[in-house]
Unconditional design. Structure first.
Lengths: 151, 141
C-alpha cells in the first residue's frame, strides 16, 4: 500500500500510548515502563544526537524510529545507531519504514556522522530483510555474548 | 560459505529471470550468459520448476519465466533446495570433545551465513546489481 501523504516529525509526549501499542503488536510484549523511560530520555529531554521520529499517514501514527549518535564505543568513531523501528501492520509495504530510515539518516548526517548501524536478531527476518533492502550490509564488528548465569 | 555448482547455477538463473519477470529465457541463453554448462543447468532448472520458483513456457520462443514473488523469495529459499543439511553427529570423530567443539564453531558460522541469506530478498539483491539488470526489474515493479 502506497501512502502519498506521509509526514515525518519529532515524537511528542502524546504519542506514547500509540508507540507502546505498535511495539506490543510487533513483539507481543507490552513494555510501558521501558517506553516511558525512552520518552523521558529521547522526547521530553533534548539531547544532541538523539532522535525519536514519528511517521503520520492520514493523521494517524503509522510508525516510528529511534536512534542516537554513539561515540567511540569499542574504538568506533561517531556513528548513528538505530535501535527501534516499527510500522503499523496496516501501513506496511508503503515506503513508511524507508522514509523513517531516510529521515533519521538525514538527522545523523546533519550531525556530521557518515555511518549508520543497527543490530537485529538473526531470528527476526522481517527487520533483517527491511534493513537489507535499504542497502545495509554486515559491518566491521561482530556481536559476541556469553551466559553469566551461575554454573 | 562455499556453494555447490548447482546452487550457484540456480542463483544465477532465478536472479536473471527475476530481474525481468515478463521475459522468457532458454537454458542455453542463461548458460551462455554465465559461461556455465547447459547440461548441468537443465537439471537445475527442472528442480526450480518443481519448487515453483520458475515455470516452463512451451512453444516458439519458449523457455523459462520467473514465477515467484521477487519481494518475498530470499537467496536462502534457492540455496536450501540444493545444499545438503549441515554435517553433524554422523561425522567421524564427532563423539570426541574436540570434534564437538569444532562442530559448534562451524555451526556458528553456518547460522550466520543462513541468517544473511534469509535476509536478502531477490528484490534487494537486484536493487544493488548493475544498472542493466535493475532496468529490467524497474519495468516490471
Amino acid at each position: 500500500m502506497q501512502h502519498s501523504e506521509v509526514t515525518i516529525r519529532d515524537a511528542a509526549a502524546g504519542d506514547i500510548q500509540t508507540v507502546i501499542r505498535l511495539d506490543e503488536i510487533h513483539t507481543g510484549l507490552a513494555k510501558p515502563d521501558y517506553w516511558r523511560e525512552m520518552f523521558a530520555a529521547y522526547v521530553t529531554a533534548a539531547h544532541f544526537g538523539r532522535f525519536f521520529l514519528i511517521a503520520e499517514a492520514a493523521g494517524e501514527v503509522a510508525g516510528f524510529i529511534v536512534g542516537e549518535i554513539r561515540t567511540w564505543e569499542f574504538g568506533s568513531p561517531p556513528c548513528g545507531w538505530v535501535f527501534a523501528v516499527n510500522v503499523s501492520p496496516d501501513c506496511r509495504e508503503g515506503g513508511i519504514g524507508s522514509g523513517l530510515l531516510d529521515a533519521i539518516c538525514a538527522r545523523f548526517r546533519d550531525c556530521g556522522v557518515g555511518t549508520v548501524r543497527t543490530m537485529i536478531s538473526r531470528n527476526d527476518p522481517l527487520n533483517l530483510a527491511f534493513f537489507r533492502s535499504q542497502g545495509m550490509t554486515a559491518g566491521p564488528y561482530i556481536e559476541l555474548e556469553k551466559s553469566v548465569e551461575p554454573v | 560459505m562455499r556453494l555447490q555448482k548447482s546452487t550457484e547455477f540456480a542463483l544465477y538463473a532465478v536472479l536473471e529471470l527475476a530481474a525481468d519477470p515478463g521475459r522468457q529465457m532458454s537454458t542455453a541463453d542463461i548458460a551462455v550468459r554465465y559461461g556455465i554448462s547447459a547440461h548441468h543447468l537443465a537439471k537445475v532448472m527442472r528442480q526450480l520448476v518443481r519448487a515453483g520458483l520458475i515455470q516452463s513456457v512451451r512453444g516458439v520462443g519458449g523457455g523459462y519465466r520467473f514465477s515467484g514473488n521477487v519481494k518475498r523469495v530470499t537467496l536462502w529459499d534457492i540455496i536450501e533446495l540444493f545444499e545438503p543439511e549441515a554435517p553433524g553427529d554422523g561425522e567421524a570423530g564427532y563423539d570426541t570433545p574436540i570434534a564437538r567443539a569444532l562442530y559448534r564453531v562451524r555451526a556458528e558460522i553456518d547460522d550466520l551465513a543462513r541468517a544473511t541469506m534469509q535476509s536478502i530478498t531477490l528484490k534487494s539483491l537486484l536493487k544493488f546489481a548493475p544498472a542493466e539488470t535493475v532496468e529490467g526489474l524497474a519495468r516490471t515493479l
